[in-house]
Design a protein around this ligand. Structure first.
Ligand code: SF4
Length: 460
């Protein structure tokens, strides 16, 4: 049985051994202590130990899928977003069915198993557009898993369409039931950002509340769909906001397992966190903390953040006017903490797309068991100026050089291909020089010089 011991010293070796064994659950206060007081390498070792309990010592995984951003038209105005457009802007787009299907054909041709389809909140697309699209995909590509529509999109479906139901939950259920019947199989965790209202109201203008986000996921899980959870940090939030965010994911996961687990319901399968990418976004133009002479000792986000999410902007006059970007150390520390804190979440994904291959690989020693997705295009993170391109061979090589055997998985983390032979994608490459010449790609997405290569980005 898992217990909490609020008075236990979380820095004590025996206490952490209980956490690693899954016998003790950390409290938010203990998580704060661990984050602030444990040396990074030590924290990584404990997270790695927990990862090995859950996933063993040999395999580390990835998935081959394609990120399809079907529209960039969006009614929201998230200040961190460089992707959205108003409908009348010259580069606003909505893909035609034929373009979407062509992209699915391409991922199918290279052995892909799923698509991750997300877009802006486009008021011009009726519910029928989505239903016909899903129905067509299911008919033409029954072997492709459709992982699509993050909670903010679903909430906008509820707002835009004439849906049945009196409560938000009933309305979400109406929409998700229709989409599920048409072929939607699971929901990505996009739009999680930071759940604390004071942060969310500042950076996610027009986007759904945390309660609505979590409700959408809960309804999807009730309907039998699995989902992911995400967190985007390293902007205006405090460290306590990150812990509060993880705490909500853990609580709602408990409920999903208790309420639907025995009835074939879904749950959160994975948690992926990544630092905010500042380029080309309004939030990226906010001054970094410490760059202005009057900046005090305490970051405004930390002054405001509360472990129960109750912070208010009145708690610090500079709140929202300074950002604290997360570098590699903060990223690895946060991810390691998530592995130890989220004792009921199966997978922790590395975010090498934002952090680069080297830190992405290092993340495998800080609690991550999964390297995310092999994809053929990326539009959202690249719009914010950061996209690293890796093909399947390079991804396998990163995993193998970290000391693990690379394995391809599907959406439910079943292993479908263990690369332990000489025919493995990385071991087939005799000359890496051409691959190593590939550069960081920005703005235009992952356009590679390698015609056979496959680019990757964050799997949610
Ligand atoms: S992050 Fe998503 S919801 Fe927010 S503005 Fe960008 S596309 Fe719209």
């Amino acid at each position: 049985m898992v217990v909490t011991q609020p008075n236990a010293n979380i820095l004590d070796k025996h206490v952490l051994e209980a956490v690693v064994a899954g016998e003790m659950r950390m409290t938010p206060e203990q998580a704060m202590t661990l984050y602030h007081e444990m040396p990074l390498l030590e924290l990584g070792r404990w997270a790695d130990a927990r990862c090995r309990v859950l996933h063993g010592d040999s395999l580390r995984t990835y998935v081959i899928d394609r990120n399809i951003n079907y529209t960039n038209v969006c009614t929201a105005k998230c200040t961190f977003c460089a992707f959205r457009r108003d409908g009348d802007e010259h580069d606003a787009y909505t893909l035609e069915y034929s373009e979407l299907l062509e992209k699915i054909q391409e991922i199918s041709d290279i052995g892909g198993t799923q698509i991750l389809m997300q877009g802006g909140m486009n008021p011009e697309l009726p519910l029928e557009w989505y239903i016909e699209l899903l129905t067509t995909i299911r008919a033409e590509y029954p072997h492709i898993h459709v992982h699509a529509f993050s909670p903010p999109e679903v909430i906008e479906f509820v707002n835009f369409f004439d849906v049945q139901g009196d409560t938000l939950r009933e309305k979400v259920k109406f929409v998700l039931s229709k989409l599920s019947e048409a072929g939607l199989m699971s929901l990505p965790g996009g739009g999680g950002e930071i759940f604390a209202p004071v942060v969310r109201q500042k950076i996610g203008l027009g986007k759904c509340t945390a309660e609505a986000w979590l409700t959408v996921m809960n309804v999807a899980q009730e309907l039998g769909m699995n989902t992911s959870a995400t967190m985007m940090f390293g902007h205006i939030e405090g460290i306590a906001d990150r812990v509060h965010h993880m705490d909500l994911v853990r609580k709602w996961q408990d409920d999903a397992i208790n309420d639907f687990g025995l009835d074939g319901g879904g749950r959160y399968y994975a948690f992926i966190s990544w630092p905010f990418q500042p380029d080309n976004s309004p939030l990226g133009r906010v001054k970094e903390w410490g760059t202005v002479e009057e900046d005090g000792d305490e970051f405004p986000g930390d002054a405001v953040a509360q472990l129960d999410g109750s912070g208010t902007k009145q708690d610090h006059q500079e709140f929202g006017r300074r950002i604290r970007l997360a570098g590699s150390s903060s990223y690895l520390r946060t991810q390691a903490l998530s592995r130890l804190y989220l004792d009921n979440i199966y997978s922790i994904g590395s975010s090498w797309v934002t952090m680069g291959p080297a830190i992405g690989q290092t993340a495998l020693f800080y609690g991550a068991n999964d390297m995310g997705s092999v994809m053929m295009e990326e539009n959202v993170v690249s719009a914010a100026g950061t996209t690293w391109c890796l093909n399947e061979a390079k991804l396998c090589r990163l995993i193998r050089e970290a000391g693990f055997t690379p394995a391809q998985r599907n959406n439910t983390y079943d292993i479908i291909n263990v690369h332990d032979s000489q025919e493995s994608p990385d071991l087939m490459i005799k000359d890496w020089s051409e691959f190593d010449a590939e550069k960081l790609a920005t703005q235009t997405g992952c356009q590679s010089s390698q015609p056979e290569s496959v680019e990757l980005t964050i799997g949610q």
